[in-house]
Design a protein around this ligand. Structure first.
Ligand SMILES: *Cc1c(COP(=O)(O)O)cnc(C)c1O
Length: 378
C-alpha cells in the first residue's frame, strides 16, 4: 500500500540511545533512560509519579490490583474501547458493567453513568477516545459524590488537555501506551501515572514482582522480600532509551500530526456539511492531539464500500473497536442493556491513515479519493 494505515516514525536518535543504554552495562529496568523518561513526564505534565511499564495493558492491570477490589465489587467501563481496558479487570474476576458512548462521539456518556452505580461500584475506567477529553467536570463530581476511583485509559491521550489540565492527571491512576500505533512509541511499552501519593509505594512493589526491591536499592530496607502480589511490569532500559528519543521530539511529532488532522478536517468538512458523513466533534473543554482522524459513515455497508474503494487506490483505512458487551467472551455475561451509540460507532466509524511521514500531498490525495467516492453518489 502506498498509504498504509500507520507507519512508525523514527526520530533518528533511537539507535544512539539504545547503544548508550547497552554500554552502561545495566539494561534491566529502571536504568538511566527509564529515569529520564519518568522525569520528562513528571516535569512536563505535573504527574505525581510516572512509572514505565511493558504496555498500557500492564499499567491497567496494575491499576486493577492497586485498587484492591473485594469480591463482588464492580467497575464501569465504556463498551466502545480496546479489550485491555476491560481485560485488566476481567482477569482479576472483577465484575464489569459496560456503559454507552455519547451520541456525538465515542467517549463515555457521563450523563448515563449514575444510573449504573450500585453500592458495589468501586471505580469508573474511562477512555479519552482519539485523545479528545471526556466530559470531566460532571464526571469528577460523580466520582466524588459516590466515592469512586477514576482510572483513565489514556492510551490515545498523550499531550492532550481538558481545558488547561493534562489528561492523565484526573484519575487516581492513568495508563498510557507507547505501542507503535500511538503518537510516541517504543514498539511495545506503556506507563502508569499515579496521582494519589498513597498508592505509590505499593505500585513500586507490584511492578517489581511483589518485592520491595526498589526500596532496597534506595537503601531504605536491608534486604528485599516478597511483600505483596505483583508481576514483572517494568520494561528494559533499552525500551526506555528508544522512548526517550521520541519524547525529545514530542513537540515536533505533535505539530505534524495535528497539522495532518487539520488538513483532513478542512478537506472533508464540505462533504460532511452535505450530510455524507460526520466528522469528529471537539467540545470546547477538549482539544485535538493528532492521535487519530476518524469519520462516521452513514451505514456499515457504505463504510465497507468506502474501504474497498480506498484500498483500490492504495490507501488503507481501518475501522475500530467492536462493542465489548457483544463480544464472544462477554456477551453471556452482559446484563442485556442495549448500548446503541457504542454499536453505531462499531459499525460506522472509519479511521484514515495518520502518521508523521504522511505528506501534505498524501493527505490531499486521500481526501480527493474520498470526495470522488461520495461525488459519485450525489
Ligand atoms: C492501544 C490501547 C491500549 C493498549 O495499549 P498497549 O500498550 O498495546 O497495551 C489500551 N487501551 C486503548 C484505548 C488503546 O488504544
Amino acid at each position: 500500500m502506498k498509504y498504509p494505515f500507520n507507519k512508525p516514525f523514527l526520530t533518528g536518535k533511537e539507535k544512539d540511545y539504545i547503544i548508550q543504554a547497552v554500554e552502561t552495562g545495566k539494561i534491566s529496568g529502571d536504568g538511566k533512560f527509564t529515569k529520564l523518561c519518568h522525569e520528562f513526564f513528571e516535569e512536563r505534565y505535573g504527574f505525581k509519579k510516572a512509572m514505565l511499564t511493558t504496555s498500557c495493558t500492564d499499567a491497567l492491570e496494575m491499576s486493577a490490583i492497586l485498587l484492591d477490589f473485594k469480591p463482588g465489587e464492580e467497575v464501569i467501563i465504556p463498551s466502545f474501547t480496546f479489550v485491555s481496558t476491560a481485560n485488566a479487570f476481567a482477569i482479576r474476576g472483577i465484575k464489569i458493567v459496560f456503559a454507552d458512548s455519547e451520541s456525538a462521539g465515542p467517549n463515555i456518556d457521563v450523563s448515563k453513568i449514575e444510573e449504573l452505580i450500585t453500592p458495589a461500584t468501586k471505580a469508573i475506567a474511562i477512555v479519552h477516545y482519539a485523545g479528545i477529553a471526556c466530559d470531566m467536570e460532571p464526571l469528577m463530581k460523580l466520582t466524588e459524590k459516590h466515592g469512586l476511583h477514576l482510572i483513565e485509559d489514556a492510551a490515545h491521550s498523550i499531550d492532550s488537555f481538558h481545558k488547561n489540565k493534562p489528561l492523565g492527571t484526573f484519575g487516581s491512576l492513568s495508563a498510557f501506551s507507547f505501542h507503535e500505533t500511538k503518537n510516541v512509541i517504543s514498539g511495545e511499552g506503556g506507563m502508569l501515572v499515579l496521582n494519589n501519593p498513597g498508592l505509590v509505594n505499593r505500585a513500586e512493589i507490584i511492578r517489581e514482582k511483589g518485592t520491595n526491591r526498589s526500596a532496597f536499592f534506595r537503601g531504605e530496607v536491608d534486604k528485599y522480600n516478597w511483600v505483596d502480589i505483583g508481576s514483572s511490569f517494568l520494561p528494559s532500559d533499552i525500551i526506555a532509551a528508544f522512548l526517550y528519543a521520541q519524547l525529545e521530539n514530542l513537540d515536533m511529532i505533535q505539530k505534524r500530526r495535528i497539522s495532518i488532522w487539520e488538513q483532513y478536517y478542512e478537506s472533508l468538512n464540505g462533504l460532511a456539511g452535505d450530510g455524507f458523513f460526520t466528522l469528529p466533534v471537539i467540545p470546547e473543554y477538549a482539544m485535538n492531539n493528532g492521535h487519530m482522524f476518524y469519520m462516521i459513515c452513514r451505514s456499515l455497508t457504505e463504510r465497507q464500500e468506502l474501504i474497498e474503494y480506498l484500498k483500490k487506490n492504495d490507501i488503507l483505512p481501518t475501522f475500530h473497536y467492536q462493542s465489548l458487551h457483544k463480544s464472544p467472551y462477554f456477551k453471556d455475561k452482559h446484563d442485556g442493556r442495549e448500548l446503541p451509540n457504542s454499536d453505531l460507532f462499531s459499525e460506522r466509524l472509519l479511521r484514515l491513515p495518520l502518521y508523521y511521514e504522511l505528506s501534505d500531498d498524501g493527505v490531499s490525495f486521500i481526501s480527493s479519493k474520498i470526495k470522488e467516492f461520495f461525488y459519485a453518489r450525489k
